[in-house]
Design a protein around this ligand. Structure first.
Ligand code: ATP
Length: 488
């Protein structure tokens, strides 16, 4: 059977999922009712980590770059938007059911996973020719061909173990709902499957009101919804998720230069955040989406293999041109430098906040084995860690809690701080390790005399004595986004 995960990799993902649940990062949605498949909630530390990642992306786009501004468009949009964008007609995935297990699969994923197994077994040529055949068939919408490929390759359902497959059919991934209180007057609208269209339909509003000149970008963070056929691998593939997208509007003919620029810039961003280079790779698309003339993914080596975390697409003028046709409103820009009107071309960068979150957790999750014990901690970049410092009086008496509270007061408006005075100091360090707090600050009797505290560093467990007056500066230095921005 085609399978991309080895048992050890599976175990690693399982550990990460249970860590995320146990220590307040991610829970299944509506868990008391046994959850809702592929929908998750973020807990106390999860929301902080996710917000930090989103803020880092937002500031990278809107501050480090000086020609990008933001937008926050609504989830609901006029239904014609999705006709114009091509989603009503072609936002489909090919699905196939196994008649014995009644389980549904994405037909293309079945073939890709099978090819990955062949590749790992050493037959690179055969794996390549299989994925090329798949790409050709999808391009030609030859669904019978895809089914034949699955049967001829002897791909089996992992549940039933049989090759008793239905035909392959297209399945539209958009969720729809009704708007309007009177049944007869109500009309069907969609929950947006991508945030990008909110940017396209506002292109002229933003360009005019923020007085932007091509080339310029519009960035957005927001929820998107897809009725994914197979939703598994935790928060990797969800039905409700968040996207961080940036559409960069450019002069026609310059798209390949900008495509290269954004592919490199986004890769640098991942490296600056601390992802090891060997865990990242580029993947050029063989089958291009209906709107693209070049596309690549940045893939990360998740415990279940290299998978897309971010897409960079050269979308031509497809979207603006189509909105111009459907709305009958001109979507042109007057370029004063060349004295011409044109519909700009677009290069977009699109990353899922939840996938970035999962990447971050996978990178950070560390189990350190020494002869005496094993220590689990999250080696998060301090700039995105949910809690920056924990202030810990070593005993709950003798004025130490009061002294520690003074430190909390001095830091809490600038950093997310935890105060904790119960349990042994060792146990309190462990708790902070598990949520990835970079600094534990212990207040002891000596502190009352010399205003010095002990900082314990998460990654090395080394301790050093520093004056209280230095704490603010040190935490700022370690947690500031500036350190990441300077590497871009
Ligand atoms: P995939 O091939 O994995 O389905 P995609 O190519 O459809 O992804 P895009 O439409 O390019 O994805 O969306 C941009 C980004 O949005 C992806 O790189 C991913 O990070 C995120 N994303 C897409 N679908 C989901 C999902 N169901 N759950 C979580 N994140 C998603």
């Amino acid at each position: 059977m085609a399978k991309t995960e080895t048992p050890a990799e599976n175990a690693q993902l399982k550990d990460i999922i249970s860590h995320a649940k146990e220590y307040g990062f991610v829970y299944p949605s509506s868990e008391i009712y046994d959850g809702l498949q592929a929908v998750y909630d973020y807990g106390a530390y999860g929301v902080e980590l996710k917000n930090n990642l989103k803020r880092l992306w937002w500031e990278t786009m809107t501050r480090v770059q000086d020609n990008i501004v933001g937008i926050d468009a609504a989830i609901f949009m006029h239904p014609t938007t999705w006709k114009a964008s091509g989603h009503v007609d072609s936002f489909n995935d090919p699905m196939i059911d196994n008649k014995d297990s009644k389980k549904r699969y994405r037909a293309d994923v079945l073939v890709e996973e099978h090819a990955a197994v062949i590749e790992r077994a050493g037959d690179l040529e055969r794996a390549k020719s299989l994925t090329a055949a798949l790409a050709r068939m999808l391009e030609a919408e030859d669904l019978d061909g895809v089914r034949d490929l699955i049967t001829n390759e002897g791909i089996k359902c992992p549940i039933s173990g049989t090759s008793n497959w239905t035909d392959v059919r297209q399945f539209n991934l958009m969720f729809s709902t009704q708007v309007g209180s009177v049944a007869e007057d109500s009309s069907t609208i969609y929950l947006r499957p991508e945030t990008a269209q909110g940017i396209f339909v506002n292109f002229l509003n933003i360009q005019k009101t923020a007085r932007m000149k091509v080339p310029f970008g519009i960035a957005q963070i927001g929820k998107a919804f897809r009725n994914e056929i197979v939703a598994r691998q935790f928060i990797f593939r969800m039905r409700e998720f968040e996207q961080m997208e940036m559409q960069f509007f450019i002069r026609p003919g310059t798209e390949m230069d900008w495509y290269k620029y954004w592919s490199e810039t986004r890769m640098k961003w991942h490296l600056a955040l601390g992802t090891p280079p060997e865990k990242l790779r580029k993947h050029d698309h063989e089958k291009l989406a209906h709107y693209a003339n070049a596309a690549m993914d940045i893939e990360f080596d998740f415990p279940f293999g290299f998978k897309e975390v971010e897409g960079i697409h050269s979308r031509t003028d497809f979207d603006l041109k189509s909105h111009q046709e459907f709305s009958k409103k001109k979507q042109q820009y007057f370029d004063p430098e060349i004295n011409q009107n044109y519909i700009p071309y677009v290069v977009e960068t699109s990353i899922g906040a939840d996938r970035l979150f999962l990447l971050t957790l996978c990178n950070a999750y560390t189990v350190e084995e020494t002869e005496e014990k094993s220590r689990t901690f999250l080696k998060l970049h301090p700039a995105v860690a949910p809690v920056k410092a924990a202030i810990l009086p070593i005993v709950k008496k003798d004025g130490l809690p009061e002294k520690a509270q003074e430190i909390v007061q001095a830091l809490k408006y600038d950093f997310n701080i935890i105060y904790e005075d119960s349990g042994s100091i060792g146990k309190r360090y462990t708790r902070q390790d598990l949520i990835g707090t970079p600094f534990c600050i212990a207040v002891d009797h000596q502190t009352l005399e010399d205003n010095m505290v002990t900082i314990r560093h998460r990654d090395t467990t080394e301790q050093e004595r520093v004056p209280i007056s230095e704490l603010h500066g040190r935490i700022t230095e370690a947690t500031s986004f500036r350190r990441i921005f300077e590497k871009l």
